[in-house]
Design a binder for this molecule. Structure first.
Ligand SMILES: Cc1ncc(COP(=O)(O)O)c(C=O)c1O
Length: 496
């Protein structure tokens, strides 16, 4: 058949014609047009464009049909500023990232210098000076026994990398069945399929199932809601740690590769653990040759009052995941610390870890991380967090006089205030009450009162606080006063 003939008679072309005519018009990109025309744009234009074209992470978009999006335009020190001109104290350090505060000229200068020297080179088959220098710097401040750094761009990739390295390590060292992982109830370890499998929050997983098989959960260290009475927190810690041994035995020690644990569990609301817990899990992991992985995505770089929670609580991990505050948030970067034994099988012959990320260990991010760690040292931010932490705790504990405050817990510059209906019985909010109070009131009320922080109900409802380590007693008082005002109103609404 001649081509011209086929065109004339092709039934598919005829069928598509009306559809093509009805195809929606290209979206009108009003903000871009305004900018191209040299118009000054601001909140109004960002609101319209943000609502029409952006998709925020972990965010319900329905409220934007009636109300505005919160758009943050500037950060300086421990304050951020929104597009309507409001100043907010940054009660969450961005997202547990901006430990040295916002707008640091030293970090901008380091980034600019590095961009002009070597703007990009991947760590695929090549090295570059800043990654090499940063690896040594990290090892110098990390827990004892670490000798290798695998760079990523964030926490999820660190979790993913740790699991994959654990699997390949055991395959190469004669224990090929060891591939399962254990983590804790309500723990958040990230969003990729592997990391999400390790995450312990069912609601985050349901839409993406089936996930990677072989991930199991044990109880966390929620002492406030311990399943029964214990003589003290140490005894509770030993009980919780023994659940790990039980799970390893249930699954078969020959099949379990790793246990992932956060020094302070963020999701659920700042669950600390006594040293006895960490001592016991170290014993159990050693006994069954299970890799102890500390996920310090949040607790790393001073948050607990030491460089790492692993040092503060003497966890002695085999691998340690870090990210977020490594650059104080000014660049995306993660660093997985490893003991040398995991690298040994890769030293000779043809063995390769077939895993990596284009931007893992980006030279600009590494340069910024080096400058950031220098700030920490020059300004003694870690000592500052350790010294001020008891003052922060005491200030927040003043809130105990409010009927809605059930528990104040945490360590370092990382605390949660748990909201309850009844202090005595510890009765928590129902789903509907939590929805009404947290989403319907608290999150916006906190912002309106001048603080950016998080009201969270991934477990029981909590307000989470993790301000920059540059904050001090003056800011603690400011935070307490804002929380007090908002929580008094929250109590009224809960009982109305
Ligand atoms: C303990 C923990 N692990 C992993 C992650 C995931 O990190 P990212 O969002 O950088 O991928 C987070 C994020 O908050 C975290 O808190």
């Amino acid at each position: 058949m001649a081509i011209s003939e086929s065109k004339k008679t092709n039934p598919l072309t005829n069928l598509l014609k009306p559809l093509l005519k009805k195809a929606p018009a290209e979206p009108k990109l009003a903000l871009l047009e305004a900018m191209q025309e040299g118009k000054v744009v601001g909140d109004k234009e960002w609101q319209k464009s943000g609502k029409e074209h952006s998709w925020l992470h972990f965010t319900r978009h329905s409220p934007f049909s009636k109300g505005d999006m919160n758009i943050i335009v500037r950060g300086e020190g421990h304050y951020i500023y929104d597009s309507k001109g409001n100043q907010l104290i940054d009660g969450l350090s961005g997202l547990f990232t901006c430990n040295a505060g916002h707008g640091r000229p030293e970090l901008a200068a380091a980034a600019q210098k590095q961009m002009l020297e070597l703007d990009f080179m991947p760590l695929w088959s090549y090295g570059h000076p800043r990654a090499i220098e940063l690896a040594e710097k990290l090892l110098s401040i990390g827990p004892e026994g670490m000798n290798r750094i695998f760079f990523t761009t964030g926490g999820t990739e660190g979790v993913e990398s740790a699991w994959k390295i654990a699997k390949q390590y055991f395959k190469m060292t004669g224990k090929p069945q060891k591939h399962k992982v254990i983590s804790r109830m309500t723990a958040y370890h990230g969003t990729s399929h592997g990391a999400l499998s390790i995450t312990g929050i069912p609601a985050f997983k349901q839409m993406f199932e089936p996930l990677v098989p072989s991930a199991f959960r044990v109880p966390n260290t929620n002492y406030y809601r311990a399943p029964h009475e214990f003589a003290n927190e140490d005894e509770f810690g030993i009980w919780a740690a023994n659940r790990l041994e039980e799970a390893i035995l249930f699954e078969g020690p020959d099949t379990v590769a790793a246990f992932f644990v956060e020094p302070i569990q963020n999701a659920g609301g700042c669950f600390t653990a006594p040293k006895a817990y960490f001592k016991r899990i170290r014993e159990i992991c050693t006994k069954y040759d299970v890799i102890l992985v500390a996920d310090e995505t949040i607790t790393g770089y001073g948050r607990t009052g030491e460089w790492f929670g692993s040092i503060r609580y003497d966890i002695q991990p085999d691998m340690m995941i870090t990210a977020k505050a490594i650059t104080s948030g000014a660049q995306p970067l993660g660093a997985l610390f490893l003991k040398e034994k995991f690298f040994e099988p890769f030293k000779d012959g043809t063995s390769t870890l077939a895993h990596g990320y284009t931007f893992g260990g980006h030279p600009v991010a590494c340069a910024v991380a080096l400058a950031n760690l220098e700030i920490f040292e020059k300004e003694n931010l870690i000592d500052r967090a350790r010294t001020n932490s008891p003052i922060f705790r005491k200030t927040l504990e003043k809130l105990y006089d409010l009927p809605i405050v059930g528990d104040v817990r945490g360590d370092g510059y990382f605390f949660a205030v748990e909201i309850v209906k009844d202090k005595k019985t510890k009765e928590t909010l129902s789903r509907a009450e939590s929805e009404k109070l947290l989403r319907g009131f608290l999150n916006n009320a906190l912002l309106e009162a001048g603080i950016y922080c998080r009201a969270d109900d991934r477990g029981d409802p909590v307000i989470q606080l993790a301000p920059p380590l540059t904050c001090g007693p003056k800011e603690f008082d400011q935070i307490e006063a804002i929380l007090r005002k908002v929580l008094i109103e929250a109590w009224k609404r809960l009982n109305s």
